[in-house]
Design a protein. Structure first.
Length: 435
């Protein structure tokens, strides 16, 4: 493989379709079957479509050109709209559309951006961007390797979404809708469980301080729960304990509010500190079963800590909820705190006129409906396999993402032989499947 592919301007490799974009006013957006794309990905849904098939969308302006928290170039496929905040192109006879996506992601486009406050990529500058241009058959091979990794990553994430939906459905049935209790009240056997598990549910509801709940269950608060089970609620390190200068490229990850999404810790942009600093902040080290909340901003968001994140640090801007060693199911508690009722409660009780904030007292006051310990254990037994699989899938996806990000610039530039990349990919995928 050549280590010096010929360079070409993007305008020489693409067909530009910007004239077919269709701005839609905010008030005119409405639910529909086709996505409406802008500079930050899917904005909303509208009826009808302008484009069909595989196209490359490139941000024209917007926050992601400024922060790069989302890819500024991505493939849209199927039927969709595009607004005037994203350029739309396809490859011509010299270039694969998907190869151009990877080529752009491996290219520093800062020199082509204009605007001091909000960066903008004009169509003229878009056409001037220089990217490597290997022969089309080589482009297809590169896309095969990188696209194969992306497909596996997507499948793992979709699998996790399905696993989460299954676990959430079970939680809702047992602890929100009380389906097993209602079945027994009607003289029916609860569905989807053995007799031993069914026996753990009562056959009546009773009125509590907030609502009707299964007989024998009780309302409590997080502070009482952690006190009973020898847990704690504490604030993450303040700025005086952890400075920007303490962060390093490799080391112990620090969980910040930005890393919290869908009850999990995302590692795309996780900060790190040295082992020395991690030891200095040892009281903030995480263990499996902890729950980390965003202390300000989106205060209703939290992440359940798995074995993967054990030993990492709770970061600045977070609150650490540790249920306690004798608590039966952190998964139950995480799902209970992710319920619409709990999220609304946190938002309503947050303080601060400019930005919502919560503290240990507010978090400790969150009401929680507690089933008997035996039922919590039964729930954890059912969902623990799902949670472990989700954690494994997340780790595998991160491994493959790291490999993709490592291979991407070297493949696009021609510095890495295709055969070597294929071997590395097969080894990583095989190792991940065996883990």
């Amino acid at each position: 493989m050549s280590s010096e592919w010929d360079l070409a301007h993007l305008g020489e490799l693409t067909v530009n379709l910007d004239t077919r974009r269709k701005p839609v006013k905010e008030a005119d957006r409405k639910p529909g079957p086709y996505p409406y794309y802008g500079a930050s990905g899917i904005v909303d849904y509208v009826d009808g479509f302008l484009f069909e098939g595989e196209h490359l969308l490139i941000a024209e302006d917007g926050e992601n050109l400024k922060t790069r928290q989302t890819p500024f170039a991505f493939i849209a496929d199927g039927k969709f709209w595009v607004n005037n905040h994203a350029h739309i192109v396809t490859g011509n006879e010299r270039a694969s559309t998907r190869f151009l996506q990877y080529a752009l992601l491996a290219t520093d486009i800062s020199a082509y951006l204009t605007g001091a406050v909000m960066p903008k990529l004009t169509q003229g500058n878009l056409k001037r961007i220089e990217v490597p241009c290997p022969p089309i058959n080589v482009q297809n091979q590169i896309v095969g390797i990188l696209g194969g990794l992306d497909d596996r990553i997507t499948l793992l994430r979709e699998t996790n979404a399905t696993l989460e939906a299954i676990a959430q459905a079970l939680f809702k049935s047992w602890f929100v809708d009380f389906d097993p209790v209602r079945a027994k009240m009607e003289g029916r056997a609860p569905e989807g469980m053995d007799q031993a598990t069914a026996a753990l549910f009562p056959d009546a509801l009773e009125e509590s301080e907030l609502e009707w709940v299964p007989k024998g269950w009780r309302m409590s608060h997080l502070a009482d729960l952690t006190s009973t089970h020898h847990g704690s609620i504490q604030t993450g390190p303040f700025g005086s304990q952890l400075h920007a200068s303490d962060y390093v490229d490799s080391g112990v990850p620090v969980v910040m509010p930005k890393d919290i999404k869908d009850r999990r810790v995302m590692t795309d942009s996780v900060a790190r500190v040295s082992q020395e600093n991690a030891d200095r902040l040892s009281r903030h080290k995480l263990i499996a079963g902890d729950i980390v909340f965003s202390r300000r901003g989106d205060v209703e968001r939290h992440a359940l800590i798995t074995q993967r994140e054990a030993g990492w640090l709770c970061g600045t801007g977070c609150l650490l909820l540790r249920p306690g060693k004798s608590w039966r199911s952190s998964t139950f508690l995480s799902m209970a705190l992710d319920s619409a009722q709990a999220r609304t409660w946190l938002v309503q009780h947050a303080v601060g006129a400019t930005m919502p904030n919560i503290n240990t007292g507010i978090l400790g006051s969150v009401p929680v409906l507690l089933p008997p310990d035996a039922l919590l254990s039964a729930f954890e037994d059912v969902v623990s396999t799902t949670e472990l699989q989700r954690s494994h899938n997340s780790s595998t996806a991160e491994t493959l993402s790291t490999l993709r990000d490592t291979l991407l610039p070297r493949l696009i530039s021609g510095q890495l032989r295709l055969s070597d990349a294929q071997v590395a990919t097969e080894a990583a995928v095989g190792g991940a499947l065996e883990a």
